[in-house]
Write a protein that binds this ligand. Structure first.
Ligand code: SAM
Length: 278
């Protein structure tokens, strides 16, 4: 060990000598994110529920995650992930419905699905008859699920998605042909779940992320779930309510963290409670 390095590692002076090195390490990680935030501020129109692609390795991790949750082979899930990535009709639909919407000035006319490709692959793999998404916003997730249900129907496995949202104008992306596979249910999600008759095979919480509201949704949906239902929490990094629900009901729980490509957003993810098929 050089004398200088020894001095740095073994005396109080080391803390001072290492400051520039440590600052360089920290800024090397954080400054690129600040740069991405500045570019995004000037180029995007979005102010909530941000859209982006995922980094390629992150997509591969999501593929492996969905394979575990659904009990399907990695190759099958890879095929579903490729299917949505190559679905030109869906992306053209999202772009054109965004451009025609009243909210076009605060939405980016792009078809970037982020972690919703995991929702797509789960719906393709598990062939649900009834899906529920609480919190639809524009309806991007609802359309992604409807696109998966459309392919399932072509293969002989029909299904529907219900998109529940407080905002009566939510879900404007859900238009033909995707609206054939789903319906919007305006109102508070607790009231809408109470009014629902099951069985529900695929449930996503993505509405009010307060712990009380999220836990309330899981309690209300539980008696209406089919035995093998998949239960998701989008933004499961916000509360641990799905993990607690999984423990309470004897399900397994996994969490996937997404890594957006070229975007400042970080740490969002999908929590899933499930009963292993094998
Ligand atoms: C994060 S966004 C949903 C994003 C959407 N799932 C997607 O894939 O883009 C949250 C939505 O939840 C809705 N929301 C908030 N509280 C709610 C409640 N109590 N019941 C139903 N919807 C609610 C909001 O109006 C908002 O549109």
């Amino acid at each position: 060990m050089s004398a200088l390095r020894k001095l740095a590692r073994t005396t109080w002076l080391g803390r001072i000598l290492l400051l520039p090195f440590r600052l360089k390490l920290a800024l090397g990680e954080t400054l690129p994110a600040v740069g991405r935030a500045l570019v995004w501020t000037l180029t995007s129109r979005e102010h909530h529920n941000f859209t982006y692609e995922l980094e390629p390795t992150n997509v591969r991790y999501l593929t492996a995650f969905v394979a575990v949750v659904t009990g399907q082979s990695h190759a099958t899930i890879e095929r579903y992930v490729r299917e949505i990535a190559e679905d030109a009709e869906l992306s053209a639909h999202i772009i054109s419905a965004s451009q025609r919407s009243e909210e076009r000035y605060v939405n980016d006319p792009v078809a970037h699905y982020g972690r919703r490709i995991g929702w797509y692959a789960m719906v393709r793999a598990s062939k649900p008859k009834l899906c529920v998404e609480t919190g639809t916003d524009k309806g991007l997730g609802t359309c992604v699920i409807a696109a998966a249900l459309r392919r399932n129907a072509q293969e002989g496995f029909p299904g529907q998605v219900l998109g529940m949202d407080l905002n009566p104008n939510a879900g404007f992306l859900l238009q033909p042909p995707y609206s054939e596979f789903g319906r919007l249910v305006p109102g508070d999600s607790h009231a809408s779940i109470r009014a629902l008759t099951g069985p529900v095979d695929f449930f996503i919480h993505d509405s009010d992320h307060t712990p009380e509201h999220e836990a309330g949704e899981f309690d209300l949906i539980e008696p209406k779930l089919s035995p093998r239902a998949l239960l998701l929490s989008d933004n499961a990094e916000v509360t641990d309510k799905l993990l607690l629900h999984a423990l309470k009901t004897g399900r397994e729980f996994l969490f996937f963290t997404e890594k957006p490509a070229g975007h400042w957003a970080r740490d969002c993810g999908i929590g899933v409670a499930f009963r292993p098929t094998k």
